[in-house]
Write a protein that binds this ligand. Structure first.
Ligand SMILES: [Fe+2]
Length: 352
């Protein structure tokens, strides 16, 4: 992939948030539907995934456009359009500094690759954990489960890491047992409010090499829980596993509508449960329903995945909005992420 970074400085102006900087540039210089470079990049975003093109805002007045092209040819076609855009910005006394193009080798799946693999919401894999053995074995770790994250402590959601940063079970706090966007946000020290959180989320990309931000792929060390005999069936996927946990939920443990992955994807997700009759994993099936989505501000319809077998692992389309809830106690589920080198193996493990 070829990447080119463009640093745009709007002199004599100050902006609080990325959206303000962006609105200023869009309304004064580069309208969405007509600017030729933007139109060209939008086509590629549609084809390969939005995340190949992103903007990082630096206080108080700098925006860095990050453009990632799949081929040299696609990059070459953008060069002239970029120099036209440069003229436009400079005519408004806005600095526009373009880097030399450079190659990057991040392992990612394009949209097509992702959907070639995810042909349904939940696809059974030829991996089945023996639930009776697992329930007996996991008992010895009863005291090693962490509360999930730092919010909603009124709901009984616990987790123990299978793969974390250092292989230990006594980390306190344990980032592997947090919603990762929440963990990363807390590390910034910014005031904990919805506006700061949203701005933080929309100003990051997994292509940024920022050591303070953790992504699923940063978690690589196996904990001793991986040695459970009942988990030996994970052998074919072990070497690909990144941040993974076992969840233990009791009645009312739940996750509200969310998604965990976006295009282009750097990880796959597997899911399974010990007690499909005591919990539901549901996917969004429509815009009109009874489930409030706090992020889209809509009431949406969700339908439970059908035919889930106890102990079986499934390839889970976590790019799709989903929620989950338990209505009995001591329900375990397996929350497993894999790096994309697992692509072929997962393809082979799918039971069609
Ligand atoms: Fe999820």
């Amino acid at each position: 992939m070829i990447k080119v970074d463009t640093r745009i400085t709007v002199h004599d102006k100050e902006f609080c948030f990325k959206k303000d900087w962006k609105n200023y540039c869009v309304s004064n210089v580069v309208p969405e539907q007509t600017d030729p470079l933007r139109v060209y990049n939008f086509e590629l975003m549609k084809k390969y995934g939005d995340g190949f093109f992103y903007l990082i805002f630096e206080l108080p007045n700098i925006g860095v456009l990050n453009h990632i092209y799949q081929t040299k040819e696609e990059y070459r076609k953008s060069v002239h359009l970029r120099s036209e855009q440069k003229k436009l910005f400079e005519s408004k006394n806005i600095s526009y500094d373009v880097s030399e193009p450079y190659e990057i080798h991040d392992s990612v799946l394009t949209k097509d690759q992702y959907y070639d693999l995810h042909t349904a919401d939940l696809i059974p894999l030829d991996i089945k954990i023996n639930v009776d053995s697992f329930l007996l074995e996991i008992e010895r770790y009863n005291d090693n489960f962490f509360r999930w994250g730092d919010k909603y402590k009124e709901y009984p959601r616990y987790a123990i890491p299978l793969i974390n940063l250092n292989g230990r079970l006594d980390n306190d706090p344990e980032p592997a047992c947090y919603p990762l966007d929440r963990w990363d946000f807390l590390q910034t020290g910014l005031e904990d409010n919805a506006e700061n959180f949203t701005n933080f989320l929309f100003n990051m990309s997994h292509f940024e090499k920022n050591n303070d931000i953790l992504f699923e792929t940063d978690f690589k060390k196996h904990t001793e829980v991986m040695n459970l005999k009942s988990l030996e069936v994970l052998e074919p996927i072990k070497k690909y596993m990144i941040r993974s946990c076992i969840f233990k939920w009791h009645s009312m443990g739940h996750l509200v509508p969310h998604f965990d992955t976006w295009h282009p994807t750097k990880w796959l997700r597997l899911w399974g449960t010990t007690h499909p009759e005591k919990m539901k994993l549901r996917y969004k099936v429509g815009d009109n329903g009874y489930v409030e989505n706090k992020l889209t501000n809509k009431f949406e319809k969700y339908a439970p995945a059908q035919g889930v077998q106890a102990g079986r692992l499934y390839l889970h389309d976590s790019l799709k909005w989903h929620d989950a809830f338990a209505f009995d106690d001591n329900v375990y589920h397996f929350f497993i992420a894999l790096n994309v080198d697992s692509y072929k193996t997962i393809e082979e493990l799918k039971i069609n």
